[in-house]
Ligand binder design. Structure first.
Ligand code: NDP
Ligand code: 8X3
Length: 254
């Protein structure tokens, strides 16, 4: 059955790879992000190659009114969202709490926690009306283990972990599935954003081992959304083979 899948943060990394995989499997997509040129480019490409329908929506997930306007003004067909993938998120900075930058903190809390909440609060009632749906939250290993200097980013991902559990309970009577995917280190724009554009620092994160690729995470997201109706994955941690925990890496390459 063709599904309507809404993916936040589809201009890059996991979101883009996930959009590509769902498109290859014939599903219609709502893709979101702040960079209109990238959304437009991806929408054009996915439509051309896969003969599917794609609705690009450009908005900042931190702005509640913009989230609501974007979703509420969707044409009726697009309001029948089967899968919401709450993927948009970021780390901004990596340093001790006593030196923390307020702007970085607000960015992370507003995006990773409040943005995810705005999306969920807007889309979940539509799923309830449609009597079906699946919400997939992209958490992180950072939401399972706090690591040095990760403080606020880790806290936002612990919040995602807790919210996923809360959503699962609250949406249980409505038959709506809720899943969290918690990846370890993956090479995307993530570290470049975390280090405010410092390429060298970003590259160093992945030195000496094979990190996850965005496609690895996409395939897991696809897997959890294509299980039989009576099966729900609550939580799935996916790591590079060369990473055992937030702090344990096997850096043996080059
Ligand atoms: P990328 O930086 O490659 O992608 C992040 C996406 O989020 C972009 O599409 C970006 O779009 C979007 N986004 C960020 N801020 C906003 C905003 N305010 N409004 C709308 N969209 C926004 O990183 P990843 O693909 O790695 O990250 C995806 C998710 O995975 C995040 O939640 C991240 O925390 C999590 N994660 C990442 C891991 C990693 O090692 N890479 C590991 C574990 C979890 P745009 O800039 O166009 O707005
Ligand atoms: C991103 C992975 O380990 O940098 O969530 O926090 S990590």
């Amino acid at each position: 059955m063709i599904k309507i899948v809404l993916i936040t943060g589809a201009t890059s990394g996991f979101g883009k790879a996930t959009a590509t995989l769902f498109a290859q499997n014939g599903h219609d997509l709502i893709i979101t992000g702040r960079r209109w040129n990238l959304l437009e480019e991806l929408a054009t490409e996915l439509k051309k190659v896969n003969m599917i329908d794609v609705m690009p929506l450009c908005f900042d997930i931190r702005v509640k009114d913009d989230v609501e306007n974007a979703i509420f003004s969707l044409p009726e067909k697009w309001k029948k969202i089967d899968v919401l993938i709450n993927n948009a998120g970021l780390a901004s900075g990596l340093g001790p709490i006593q030196e923390g930058d307020y702007e970085d903190w607000e960015k992370m809390i507003d995006t990773n926690v409040k943005g995810l909440l705005y999306m969920t609060r807007t889309v979940a009632p539509m799923m309830i009306v449609n009597r079906k749906g699946h919400i997939v939250n992209v958490g992180s290993i950072a939401g399972k283990e706090t690591y040095p200097n990760g403080n606020v980013y880790c806290a936002t991902k612990y919040a995602v972990d807790s919210l996923t559990k809360g959503m699962r309970i609250d949406l249980l009577p409505h038959g709506i599935k809720v899943t969290q995917i918690s990846p370890g280190a993956a090479e995307t724009e993530f570290s470049l954003v975390r280090f405010h554009g410092d390429k060298q620092r970003a590259e160093n994160v992945y030195k000496g081992f094979q990190p996850l690729k965005p496609e690895d995470v996409a395939s897991v997201i696809y897997y959890v959304t294509t299980l039989p109706d009576h099966v729900n994955i609550n939580d799935l941690v996916i790591m590079p083979t060369a990473q055992a925990s937030s702090m344990h890496f096997n850096r043996t390459e080059g």
